[in-house]
Design a protein. Structure first.
Length: 202
């Protein structure tokens, strides 16, 4: 029993040493232009799906059904916060979008209308680890994230004035994201559709 246990400990130590060595020598991939391997992809997807199944909001949702004003507000937010990576109706991928090893889907081509709203809400709120998808709970309030969620869900069938912005982002309220107050400080603040708060870029 004892020699077996000792052998087990030595094997464990060797595995730990090999892992440490791989990190120390740079054998663990660190480049941003290297595609993730099959094992990494499987682990990330499986864990993401399990996390979403556990944590994503289930109907009935706290906001909705969305109004025309919600869609317009979301279209502005989308252009300011999302278009740089996900594009708009007729855009080609930006330099930023092309640089990710995990490519941001271009929603003008492949949308998420099939996904339940709760799943899309969760992704916008928390972001997706190991990808470029940011968490927006640091910068947008809950209502704005729901508005964006419904916007994503209804992309193929937006009301005309929201669709106009989706098709021509130069119509959006502001082309660049401004600094936003922390969500706790100003609940319900109407980010984006109104002029930037003072102190923002002019
Ligand atoms: C810096 C780049 C970047 C920005 C900005 C960004 N995203 Fe993403 N997003 C990504 C990447 C990369 C993925 C792919 C993640 C993956 O494959 O798991 C993604 C995935 C998603 C998905 C899941 C798509 C699917 O097919 O399941 C949704 C929904 C999404 N983003 C919405 C948004 C919204 C809404 C915004 C703006 C509020 C936004 N993203 C801003 C990079 C970005």
């Amino acid at each position: 029993m004892r020699p077996f246990f000792l052998g087990f400990l030595i094997a464990l130590a060797l595995v730990a040493l090999a892992a440490f060595g791989a990190v120390q020598t740079g054998a663990v991939p660190a480049r941003g232009d290297e595609k993730p391997g099959a094992l990494e992809k499987w682990a990330a997807h499986t864990s993401l799906n399990a996390t979403i199944a556990r944590e994503a909001p289930k109907p009935p949702y706290p906001y909705g059904p969305p109004t025309g004003a919600d869609f317009v507000h979301a279209a502005n937010l989308y252009v300011q916060n999302c278009a740089v990576c996900h594009g708009t109706a007729n855009s080609t991928p930006t330099a930023i979008a092309r640089g990710f090893s995990i490519e941001p889907p271009q929603f003008g081509k492949h949308g998420v209308a099939d996904d339940p709203e709760g799943e899309t809400y969760w992704k916008i709120e928390h972001g997706i680890r190991f990808t470029g998808m940011p968490a927006y709970n640091q910068s947008l309030d809950e209502k704005s994230i729901w508005q964006l969620t419904y916007f994503m869900k209804h992309l193929p069938e937006l009301p005309a004035n929201a669709r106009a912005i989706w098709e021509d982002p130069s119509l959006a309220a502001s082309a660049t994201p401004g600094p936003v107050p922390s969500p706790g400080a100003e609940g319900g603040h109407d980010h984006g559709a109104s002029p930037l708060p003072s102190g923002g870029p002019t």
